[in-house]
Write a protein that binds this ligand. Structure first.
Ligand code: ZN
Length: 340
C-alpha cells in the first residue's frame, strides 16, 4: 500500500464483493490507496452476516490509517452480475447461492450511513483503470478482463456503459464464431468470446488440441501431476512448446476479433487487458507477442482510421482495480451531486 501522509479529502470507500472475498479499500480524492483489507464472502450464507462485518472493518481501516469516518464522502460497491443497478439488487450471481435477490446497495448504505454507488464488478474495475491505472490518460477506454471468464467494462467521459438492463459491457459474450461447431459459452450460447479466450476456454481448447499433438510437453507435465491450466499453457509457451505457442497466438486472434467489433462500435482511445491471464504481461516477450497478435488481428478486421489508432495494453491495478474503481464511481456521483 503506497504511503500517503497527507491524503486529499474527501475520502471514498470502495467495496468489491466477489464469490470468494470481499475487498475493501479507502482511497482519497486523487485515487491514492490509503488502506486495504479483505475477508471471505461466505457466499453460501446470508449476506446480512457479511454486511455486518463491513462497518467495523471500515472503521478499523480508518483508525489504523489515522483517518476519520466523517471524512468519507461516499461508498462505491461492485458486485458480480446479474444485477439490477437501478433497484440496487444483486440478482443471481454464480457461486453465491445465499445472496440471490438481495437489496445490497440499500443494505450497505444503511450499514455505513453513507450514499452508495452500485456497479457491476467488471465495470468498476474498468473505472479503476480509467481513473488511476493504464487508462488514466484517456477519456474513453474498454477494459477486457481475462480470468475464469471474460469480463469487461466500457468507460466514456467518466460514465460506465451499464446499459438499460444492467447488462452493458458484457464483452465476454460478443459472438466471434457463428459456425455450427462453435464452442459453447458458460452462458449456454455458442461462439462467444468467453468460450475461447477465458482461462476455461483456453484449457478446453488445449485439451482438444492435445489429442492431435501427443508430442507437446504439456502432456508430460500433466502426466507428472500438474493440472492443465491457462498458466501451464503460458509457462509451456514461454519454454518454447509449439502447441502452447499456437494456443497463445490463437487466443490473441480471438481477442482481436472481439476488439475489432468493439472498435467499430465504441471507437475508444484504448483497449486495456486485465485479469490473471496475461501470458507474462508487458515484461515478457511472450506477453508482448500476445499483444502484437491481438493488435494484428484487430487491425486486419477494422477499416483504416480505426486500425491506425488502435491501442492495446495491459492493466496496472491488478486486484485493486475493483475497489478503487467502485470508489472512483462513488466520487464521480458525489461530485455530480455536489455541483447540482
Ligand atoms: Zn456467453
Amino acid at each position: 500500500m503506497p504511503k500517503n501522509p497527507s491524503p486529499t479529502l474527501p475520502l471514498f470507500v470502495g467495496v468489491d464483493v466477489g464469490g470468494t472475498n470481499i475487498k475493501i479499500g479507502i482511497v482519497d480524492d486523487r485515487g491514492e490507496r490509503l488502506a486495504y483489507t479483505k475477508f471471505p464472502t461466505q457466499a453460501d450464507q446470508s449476506p446480512e452476516k457479511s454486511l455486518d462485518r463491513i462497518k467495523p472493518v471500515v472503521q478499523e481501516l480508518l483508525d489504523d490509517a489515522g483517518l476519520k469516518m466523517e471524512d468519507v464522502a461516499a461508498v462505491g460497491l461492485g458486485t458480480p452480475g446479474p444485477m439490477d443497478i437501478g433497484r440496487g439488487l444483486i440478482l443471481t450471481p454464480f457461486n453465491m447461492p445465499g445472496w440471490h435477490n438481495f437489496p445490497i446497495r440499500d443494505a450497505l448504505a444503511k450499514a455505513l450511513d453513507k450514499p452508495v454507488t452500485f456497479a457491476n464488478d467488471a465495470n468498476a474495475a474498468a473505472f479503476g483503470e480509467y481513473w488511476i491505472g493504464s487508462g488514466r490518460q484517456y477519456c474513453s477506454m474498454v477494459l477486457i478482463t481475462l480470468g475464469t471468464g471474460v469480463g469487461g467494462g466500457i468507460i466514456i467521459d467518466d460514465v460506465s456503459v451499464d446499459g438499460a438492463h444492467s447488462h452493458g459491457s458484457e464483452i465476454g459474450h460478443i459472438c466471434i464464431d457463428t459456425g455450427l461447431d462453435a464452442l459453447v459459452c458458460p452462458c449456454g450460447k455458442s461462439g462467444h468470446l468467453e468460450a475461447y479466450a477465458s482461462a476455461t476456454g483456453i484449457v478446453n481448447r488445449a485439451k482438444e488440441a492435445l489429442r492431435a499433438h501427443p508430442e507437446s510437453s504439456m502432456l508430460d507435465r500433466n502426466a507428472e501431476g500438474s493440472p492443465l491450466s491457462a498458466l501451464m499453457v503460458s509457462e509451456s509457451a514461454e519454454a518454447g512448446d509449439e502447441l502452447a505457442l499456437q494456443l497463445v497466438s490463437e487466443t490473441a486472434m480471438y481477442l482481436g476479433r472481439g476488439i475489432a467489433q468493439l472498435a467499430h462500435v465504441v471507437d475508444p482511445e484504448a483497449f486495456i487487458l486485465g485479469g490473471a491471464v496475461d501470458f507474462g504481461g508487458a515484461d515478457t516477450a511472450l506477453g508482448r507477442s500476445f499483444l502484437d497478435g491481438i493488435l494484428a488481428e484487430a487491425k486486419r478486421l477494422t477499416f483504416p482510421v480505426v486500425a491506425e489508432e488502435l491501442k492495446v495494453s495491459f492493466a496496472q491495478l491488478e486486484s485493486d482495480a475493483g475497489y478503487v474503481g467502485a470508489a472512483g464511481m462513488a466520487r464521480t456521483e458525489f461530485m455530480k451531486s455536489a455541483s447540482a
